[in-house]
Design a protein around this ligand. Sequence first.
Ligand SMILES: [Fe+2]
Length: 260
Amino acid sequence: MSYVDLHCHLLPGLDDGAATYDDTLRHARRLHAEGVRDVACTPHVKRDEFPGVAVREIVERVAHAQRRIAAAGLAIRLHSGAELAHADALLLPASDLERIAQGPADARWLLLECPFDGIDDDFALAAARLRELGFGLLLAHPERSAGLLAGDGLARLRPLLAHGALLQVNVCSLLGNHGLDVQDAAVRLVREGVAFCLASDGHPGSREQTLQLGFHLLLRAGASSTQAYRLTQANPRLLLRDGVTRPLFDVEQRALAAAA
Ligand SMILES: [Fe+2]
């Protein structure tokens, strides 16, 4: 197996992820042992809660962590990114957004955190701003947003999906660590083929499940081995290599084509 994890709080001392380099290296050993070969370092860019995360320092911090991990003999490639809160997405200058974007130059994308209290108008505005600035979107853990299934959360996400946004589900949600509603939502996103990839959203020291467990949870949830492979390896690898490209036709063009 060669898992690709696009969401992990592996950098030490920044947010609620790894506290120290000992935590980072211990978790990296686990990732290596469980077949994870590519890991995006995605500290929270959420200035209200984590004011110590400096966007301009993330790339260098990732490079330093990569050197430490290589020196420990671990075959893990790190990638620089962030988990962007929608409030910050509305305010950060484009140059800072570019610093935390991933993917190739012509198809950059951002990991945008779905708010826990539900998909609201501000979230839609943030997504629209990022799209207008030219960024593709990978939406982190939509299943954890209140009212995704019981309310109008999924309906509010549909227009974003039509514009090319992709969904990332958490391993811990499939595991049931956030309750039955979240677990149900995660399973439904997988079964309906709406989820594009799975990620650990790993927090060394408090949330340590890796994509290896996620692969087996997908099978248990009814996914085929091919679908589990796509969600944990092929699709996230595609995002690193090819990025998030815009749909060939946007929704308005589709409507025009349908009416013609
Ligand atoms: Fe996260």
